[in-house]
Design a protein around this ligand. Structure first.
Ligand SMILES: [Zn+2]
Length: 270
C-alpha cells in the first residue's frame, strides 16, 4: 500500500518533468533549428507549421490531463460506507450499488462504473472522465511521436547522420554512448538522444493502451469488470461508444471539453 501511495505521487511528477523537458527542447532547440532553412517562405515555414502542430497536440494532452483530474469519479458517500470491506470488493454493505462500483483505497472513495486507478493522473478513471482519459492517451502518444520525429531531424542535422536505414536508429544509442565517453559528443546531444528513446517508449505505450481501452469500450466493458470476470449485458457497439464519447464526440476530438452529452451528465442534470 505504501509503494502504491509513493507511486501515486512519483508518477504525476514524472509526467510533469517529461512534459516540461519536451516543451523546452521543442521550443528552444528543435523549432529554432528549423528556422535556419533559407529556402522556406516565412508563412509556410516548417518551423511555424511544426510549432503549431506541437502546440495543438500538447494543448490537447495537457487540457485532457487537467479534465481527467477535475472530473474524477464522484464520491458516492464515503461516510455512508465507512464499514466498507477492506479488500476493496464491490459488495456494498447495503447491497444497493451497481455491479461495477468499486471503492478505491488510494483515492479513498467509492466510484461508479470504475475502470482503473491511473497513477499518472493520481485519480480513478470512471464514466465521468473516460473520454478525457482516452483523449489524453491519444494526444500524449501523438505529441511523443511528433517530438521523436523533430528530435531525429535535429540529431541527423547536428551529427550529419541519415536515418533512411531503420537500423541506424537501433545502433544510435550504443554508438552515441561510446562517442559521448570519448568526448566526441556534446552532453546536450546525448540528452536529446536519450529523450528520443523515451519518447518512442511512451508514445508506443500510450498508443497501445489507447487501442486496448477503445476495444474494451466497444465491447461495453471496463478494465475492472474484465479483472473480476464479470459478464456484461450485450449492447450494440454504437451505444457503447456514445455512452463514453457522447453526441459531441467530434468536438471532443479537437479540443479538450467535458462529455456533457453522456447519460451520466443527463441523469445528473435532472
Ligand atoms: Zn483511485
Amino acid at each position: 500500500m505504501l509503494i502504491l501511495r509513493v507511486l501515486n505521487v512519483v508518477a504525476p511528477a514524472y509526467f510533469l518533468c517529461i512534459s516540461l523537458v519536451t516543451f523546452v527542447l521543442q521550443l528552444f532547440l528543435f523549432i529554432p533549428s528549423m528556422c535556419k532553412d533559407p529556402s522556406a517562405t516565412p508563412l509556410l515555414s516548417p518551423a511555424l507549421l511544426h510549432g503549431a502542430l506541437f502546440l495543438f497536440l500538447s494543448a490537447n494532452a495537457v487540457g485532457n490531463y487537467i479534465l481527467v483530474i477535475q472530473n474524477s469519479p464522484a464520491d458516492l458517500g464515503r461516510c455512508l460506507y465507512s464499514n466498507w470491506p477492506e479488500d476493496g470488493s464491490s459488495r456494498s454493505p447495503s447491497g444497493s450499488t451497481g455491479p461495477s462500483t468499486h471503492f478505491c483505497r488510494l483515492c479513498a472513495r467509492l466510484t461508479q462504473r470504475h475502470d482503473h486507478h491511473c497513477f499518472f493522473t493520481g485519480n480513478c478513471i470512471g464514466s465521468r472522465n473516460m473520454r478525457n482519459f482516452i483523449m489524453f492517451c491519444l494526444y500524449t502518444s501523438l505529441a511523443c511521436l511528433d517530438s521523436l520525429v523533430a528530435g531525429l531531424a535535429y540529431i541527423s542535422a547536428a551529427l550529419t547522420l541519415s536515418f533512411a536505414n531503420p537500423l541506424a536508429f537501433l545502433t544510435l544509442l550504443p554508438h552515441s554512448i561510446s562517442q559521448f565517453f570519448s568526448g566526441a559528443l556534446l552532453s546536450s546531444e546525448m540528452f536529446v538522444i536519450l529523450m528520443l528513446y523515451l519518447w518512442l517508449g511512451i508514445g508506443l505505450a500510450c498508443a497501445g493502451f489507447c487501442c486496448h481501452q477503445m476495444l474494451l469500450i466497444l465491447r461495453g466493458q471496463t478494465r475492472y469488470q474484465v479483472r473480476k470476470g464479470m459478464v456484461v449485458r450485450a449492447r450494440p457497439w454504437r451505444k457503447n461508444l456514445e455512452e463514453v464519447f457522447g453526441k459531441r464526440w467530434l468536438l471532443g476530438l479537437l479540443i479538450p471539453v467535458l462529455n456533457v452529452g453522456s447519460d451520466y451528465h443527463r441523469q445528473k442534470d435532472k
